[in-house]
Write a protein that binds this ligand. Sequence first.
Ligand SMILES: [Zn+2]
Length: 284
Amino acid sequence: MRAIDVHVHPSTARGQLLVAEGEAGVEARYRRMKHPVKTEEEMARDFIELNIKGLIIAWDAEMSTGYPKVTNDYVAQLAKDHPQAFLGAWAMIDPWKGKAAVRELERAVRELGMIGLKFQQIIQGFFPNERWVYPIYEKCVELGIPVLFHTGTTTLGAGMVGGGGYHLKYSEPIPYLDDVAADFPELTIIGAHPSWPWQEEMIAVLLHKANVYADLSGWAPKYFPDSLKREINGRLQDKLMFGSDYPDISPRRWLEEFEAGNYKPEVVEKVLYKNAQRILKLAL
Ligand SMILES: [Zn+2]
């Protein structure tokens, strides 16, 4: 296996992110980004061909958007049906569902075997450090699972009037993510994506908080900011993981550009799979 892709969205009809922008928005987005809608088998083949294994992400922002979710059951089963392509799946719950969300998280981990929890705060509409969300983190600590938070800007709503009504403020690393890391030292926190326009903030959090990590998804490696490139080769080489954000960025393109960058061979190994194995406690 060449790499573990820790950040994968389904490209299937049932898994499309119509979730954030509605049918019309998603169709426009898919046309703009040239995503064909795939069958489950075709999607799996995209990973098998590259000899990589992905972690698929569910979706639930029903309370804030009114759009349907991509269920935990669906992505967990998709991963199980294609073990050569996928190592597992991230659960997503809508924090606004309160106790029902906590119960669903517990079910997703204990019954479906999901490996962690993902949030997209811009679409879900909450700051990670709001106290009413803390019971969810307590449950994550109890279950021993990591939490993956969106950081930086997002393609969802991008270019639409009012950005689709979504607020970027929810995904700034300091203070929102940093507060959670300080208040839950036993919680493994992962910031998704290079955190533009707050890359330097995220680097500061990564250097300061031992329980915070990041994935490098959703951004073509050729265009990583210089400060991030330096840290990948240096102080943050044990904290960063490959993720593509498939289908927005193809893993093929991501890997080609990353492998063509000036990274030390041992750093490439760490970022492509060794860090993910260790941080996410993945059994291969
Ligand atoms: Zn994503």
